[in-house]
Design a protein around this ligand. Sequence first.
Ligand SMILES: Nc1nc2c(ncn2[C@@H]2O[C@H](COP(=O)(O)OP(=O)(O)O)[C@@H](O)[C@H]2O)c(=O)[nH]1
Ligand SMILES: [Mg+2]
Length: 453
Amino acid sequence: MNPFDDTIVGPATAPGEAGVGIVRLSGPLSLSILQTFFSAKNPRSLKPWSLAYGFVLDQGQPLDEVLVAYMKPPKSYTAELVVEIFCHGGGLILRRVIELCLAQGARLAGPGEFTQRAFVNGRIDLTQAEAVGDLVRVKTDLGLHLVINQLKGKLYQRILALKEQLAWVLALLGASIDFPEENVVFAHQEEITAKLTAARADLWALVKSAKGGRTITEGYKLVLAGRPNVGKSSLLNGLLEEDRAIVTSIPGTTRDTLEEAFTVGGVPVKLVDTAGLRDTEDLIEQMGIRRSVGQLAQADLMLWVLDASAPDYHLPPEVLELKLPKLIVYNKADLAPTLPQPPALWAEAQTIALSALSRPDLERLKAKLFELITTQVGPLAEEGALTNLRQEEAAKKALSALDQGLQALEEGAGEELLSLELSLVLGALGEIVGETTPEEMLNRIFGSFCIGK
Ligand SMILES: Nc1nc2c(ncn2[C@@H]2O[C@H](COP(=O)(O)OP(=O)(O)O)[C@@H](O)[C@H]2O)c(=O)[nH]1
Ligand SMILES: [Mg+2]
């Protein structure tokens, strides 16, 4: 049974002039409220999951010519009785139709309340509800792919599978606590360890997916770094196809970091130009260099730009120590008769030789970036990934409780302690999908939706 006994109403389309504007009702009175003011051309056409044509009447006078659909529980957006009235788009019409509904006993829906009902009524989990919110905001193809998969329940399924693995172990432990004379932990120690180790690997992968998931939705950070005058700013301008950064032959021209957005194959990318890394007495330049290092610390990929005609591999130690993926870019290849050997340092990094002044070369660089980015984040869109900080925090909480449990098991602690840790893991996973999420967090999530969603 659905827990809500009131009926809510709201505009399902954005305000303003448009071809159609939709009023949506959800709750037990939806259909009877509709019938007080809807006059169908053919009364038998008002059937569930089909469209009926007619007029909305206000005190007997036609207010709008509309199409109406109603959906019976549980096969509707909210899993309740839902009515949608397709009016002509226009602020006044929608307001008047909503007023008719309110006069008949409906209540104005709050932000995200339809989706919240779908969640509370168990049609979708919290990650799917969040996907509904993200779907309207997503700006790139890959982001859309990820969010649609989340809406279809890919992330939910991943978490469900993990929970099942853990629940199985918990049941085994429960049996042992109930019948302490048979030392079940002892009997099944190996099996339990194997099961929990496998679960840990899955959970670890899930926690790791958060970075990629957020990269897809929020953006991938590419930082151009290297010695002064190697052509970093020229590369930024070339990739953006506009003269955004100042380029001169004077070393030390770029003194501050500069960030611009573009997309590579559907992934939003934040491209950052930085001050050249060198020892300098100039105070402003020193500050710029500190900023460069700060940007690199947050980068997903460093483009280490070198002058191919005179490569200088010297970099400040704090940059050398950074552990992040790198692409070595030998720029000014047009001036280099032979290309230098890649340095032994960072031997694992890929290299590309090009000229920032050549359009085909820049296209080649873009293709390379596409390849690097999609190998990092592409598969995530398919498998489902954590896409926001809330989910990530809960997954990390689950991982640390599971580690505690594994440690307890190793140290031969009793099954009670292990059961307790596993319950904490299940609780944290339940928070991701909305089973054990605190009320105020739910309110915050749905409160960020628009009215009528
Ligand atoms: N021949 C040649 N000159 C380049 C190339 N890329 C940049 N330059 C020149 O190198 C100088 C420094 O470029 P700039 O982008 O300001 O370097 P930054 O200090 O690393 O940002 C400018 O005079 C550019 O025109 C290239 O691929 N070939
Ligand atoms: Mg520059």
